[in-house]
Design a protein around this ligand. Structure first.
Ligand code: HEM
Length: 139
């Protein structure tokens, strides 16, 4: 049996297919609504955000997280990680927990196929990229 830490391509594919079922304007709106409710520090960072643009950027960003989980190539996430680090947006590592929680709750709401296997697949598909980004915070 494979070790629980070994990520199979099928696991990432489950998350990719789930995102395809969910990804709509309403989905991203619901996600950001949740994320912004998670704490005041997070809300403050999005005070001037154009969410029509941000939704597309996040969809692309999620795709990069999935690819990173498969290939672990730092180049994939270097630019986004630099944008979120202490010198720029200053997203503290703890804020990534809110990101994952808000995202998974929103997928649960939008994906009719939601269940424990999908929850596990989503976690595995985004955790390596989140860990990378949090580690690049620099503070
Ligand atoms: C792994 C998780 C995350 C991914 C994949 C992600 C992805 C992105 C991407 C692709 C952008 C656009 C960058 C650009 O302008 O070129 C962005 C911007 C941003 N992200 Fe994240 N992000 C993540 C986590 C977070 C968290 C936890 C916060 C919490 C505060 C956050 C706050 C922001 C803000 C404030 C912006 C700028 C929005 C603006 O332009 O007004 N991000 N993010």
């Amino acid at each position: 049996m494979a070790s629980p830490d070994v990520l199979s391509a099928e696991t990432i594919q489950l998350a990719e297919e789930s995102l395809r079922r969910c990804a709509s304007e309403q989905f991203f709106q619901a996600f950001y609504k949740r994320l912004l409710q998670s704490d005041a520090a997070t809300r403050a960072k999005f005070a001037h955000t154009d969410f029509d643009r941000q939704n597309k950027l996040l969809q692309h960003g999620l795709g990069l997280l999935f690819t990173f989980a498969k290939r672990r190539n730092p180049v994939l996430l270097e630019r986004i990680a630099a944008r979120h680090n202490k010198q720029d947006l200053d997203v503290a590592p703890a804020q990534y927990a809110h990101f994952e929680e808000s995202l998974l709750r929103t997928v649960r709401e939008f994906d009719p196929e939601w269940g424990p296997a999908l929850e596990d697949a989503w976690h595995r598909a985004i955790a390596p990229g989140i860990a990378f980004m949090a580690a690049q915070h620099g503070g």
